[in-house]
Design a protein around this ligand. Structure first.
Ligand code: PGA
Length: 251
């Protein structure tokens, strides 16, 4: 049995007061939720305040990105140690917005993944194809490359702290969700890739979240699919009631 993970990716939104208010609302809306892990990923500047707002509860806090070095002359970057210092247990790595807007390569993401794990963080590692890649029939090759290059060198112990997030780029922030069947097909294929490269036990235990326009009204049917083990939620995570409804759908 894989425990579902529902994560809210707040992206570059919310100043401190609004972020703390949302965290408090989420905490009270989720009061008593069991059987599902919940993570919230706010912007760096409010991490400590949001971590404080969730302190003593079961919701964990994560960064949206981090660099592959502990400290030094890397202007504008942040290290896993700094995320932990701010109260994070998790980080996202390889979100499509990082891959596309900031040109992060598979090799860089692999380096960041190894360093984040070695630094004690748990990681949600994102993969997913663009519309053009899907329509041209390149989807499976893209997922294969992202899985093989991105996860290269991980051992069985590392995998206990990794969650994959399948996020088709065409479904992110567009209101167009993958159908449950499309999601299941991509998740099953991804699990097969992991089995080939890292073994059946790792693949069977690995949680794969779906991300891309997850909303309260489509969450239950996506999460009901055999290989969908959670959700990475953007827009709908900015409202406590819709985020809580998605968490409930995962229970
Ligand atoms: P969305 O974002 O739910 O707004 O589509 C998901 C994500 O980018 O993680």
């Amino acid at each position: 049995m894989r425990t579902p993970v529902i994560a809210g990716n707040w992206k570059m939104n919310l100043l401190r007061d609004d972020a703390v208010a949302l965290a408090r609302d989420v905490a009270s809306a989720l009061d008593g939720s069991t059987g599902v892990e919940v993570v919230v990923c706010p912007v760096f500047t409010v991490l400590s305040s949001v971590a404080e707002a969730f302190a003593g509860g079961s919701v964990e806090v994560g960064g949206q990105n981090c660099y592959g070095v502990e400290s030094g002359a890397f202007t504008g970057e942040i290290s896993p140690q700094m995320l932990r210092d701010a109260g994070c247990a998790w980080t996202i790595i390889g979100h499509s917005e990082r891959r596309q807007i900031f040109n992060e390569s598979d090799a860089l993401l692999n380096k960041k993944l190894h360093f984040a794990l070695a630094s004690g963080l748990k990681v949600m590692f994102c993969i997913g194809e663009t519309l053009e890649e899907r329509e041209s029939g390149a989807m499976n090759d893209v997922l294969r490359r992202q899985v093989i290059e991105g996860l290269k060198g991980l051992d069985d112990t590392d995998f206990t702290r990794v969650v994959l997030a399948y996020e088709p780029v065409w479904a992110i922030g567009t209101g167009v969700t993958a159908t449950p069947e499309q999601a299941e097909e991509a998740h099953a294929f991804t699990r097969e890739l992991v089995a080939e490269a890292f073994g059946g036990t790792v693949a069977a235990d690995l949680r794969i979240q779906y991300g891309g326009s997850v909303k309260p009204d489509n969450a239950a049917e996506l999460l009901a699919k055999e290989n969908v083990d959670g959700a990475l939620v953007g827009g709908a995570a900015l409202q406590a009631d819709s985020f809580a409804a998605i968490v409930k759908a995962a229970r």
